[in-house]
Design a protein around this ligand. Structure first.
Ligand SMILES: [Zn+2]
Length: 287
């Protein structure tokens, strides 16, 4: 198969899973953050060098940006309390590893992470593709740019870059890591949170795994993160991500839940779930 891995460039790739989704027919709704079209995904290939799984017919970065610029997702803010708790956990570990400084949040969405980081003493910048999310972040008075990370200006270096649930949406994860390296100071911190395709949950759920949906065009495993050190990084910490959301969000992920338990008050019950199916990686930029 003459296909190139979009992370490491290897051509040693094979078909991993046949899907049922075609990006030429995609609409902006298919790329919402809270999208629940589980079971809908493209054909995936597996790279035998870095272990990345990636869409066989990858949409281009331009197509993705056009889709994301049109995303409107009010549900995202409904779960903002839980998201905030997750972001604080991440910031706390970052602060253990490095001194607070200038932080760039990639896929800043409505600016929840940026605002929390500012309160803790970081100085933040952000980049967000969705015009809707960007305008909310802007109204909050945050320094956010509407557009694509790959074209982010390189006239400033950062102490930290955060990529929470974003790299799996990108057509060229290799270029993304190169870009992050260029934007970081020596010794700077790159934080990547992304679904773990090597997790037990992913294996047990198979084609019904909640991360398999049109918006996710690549998947990392622990091995893929390890391989990413070749871009000039060193792993400082690698741990599994704790998801925090309402009981309503959880039960309505299932057919029986939507049928019998679609009750408003369930939104008030918060859960901490250790599904152990997301990776949280803290990498240091080497000289
Ligand atoms: Zn690869």
């Amino acid at each position: 198969m003459e296909m190139k891995c979009p992370l490491c460039g290897s051509t040693n790739v094979e078909l991993w899973r046949s899907g049922n989704f075609d990006y030429s027919k995609a609409r902006a709704e298919d790329f919402k953050i809270t999208d629940s079209d589980y079971g809908l995904f493209p054909d995936f290939l597996k790279c035998n060098t870095c272990d990345l799984r990636f869409a066989r017919k990858m949409p281009t970065t331009g197509q993705l940006i056009r889709h994301y610029s049109g995303v409107v997702d009010p549900e995202y803010n409904q779960e903002s309390e839980g998201r905030g708790e997750n972001f604080i956990r991440i910031l706390k570990l970052m602060e253990k590893l490095r001194r607070k400084g200038d932080l760039l949040d990639v896929g800043a969405a409505t600016g929840i992470l940026m605002e929390l980081a500012e309160k803790r003493g970081w100085k933040t910048w952000g980049v967000e593709a969705s015009k809707w999310a960007f305008s909310i972040a802007k109204k909050r008075g945050l320094r956010v740019l509407n557009g694509d990370f790959l074209s982010y200006p390189e006239d400033k270096r950062f102490d930290a870059i955060t990529m929470v649930d974003i790299i799996e949406h990108m057509a060229t994860p290799g270029k993304t890591l190169e870009k992050a390296r260029n934007l970081l100071k020596e010794g700077g911190l790159l934080v990547i949170v992304t679904p773990d395709i090597g997790s037990l949950t992913a294996k047990i759920m198979g084609k019904r795994w909640w991360h398999l949906r049109p918006a996710h065009v690549n998947f990392f495993s622990k091995k893929t993160i390890k391989w990413s050190e070749n871009f000039g990084f060193r792993i400082l910490r690698l741990r599994n991500y704790i998801w925090n959301f309402s009981l309503h969000y959880l039960v309505t992920r299932f057919k029986w839940g939507r049928k019998y338990f679609n009750w408003e008050w369930l939104k008030k019950l918060r859960l901490k779930l250790i599904l152990l199916d997301s990776l949280e990686a803290y990498l240091e930029r080497l000289s």
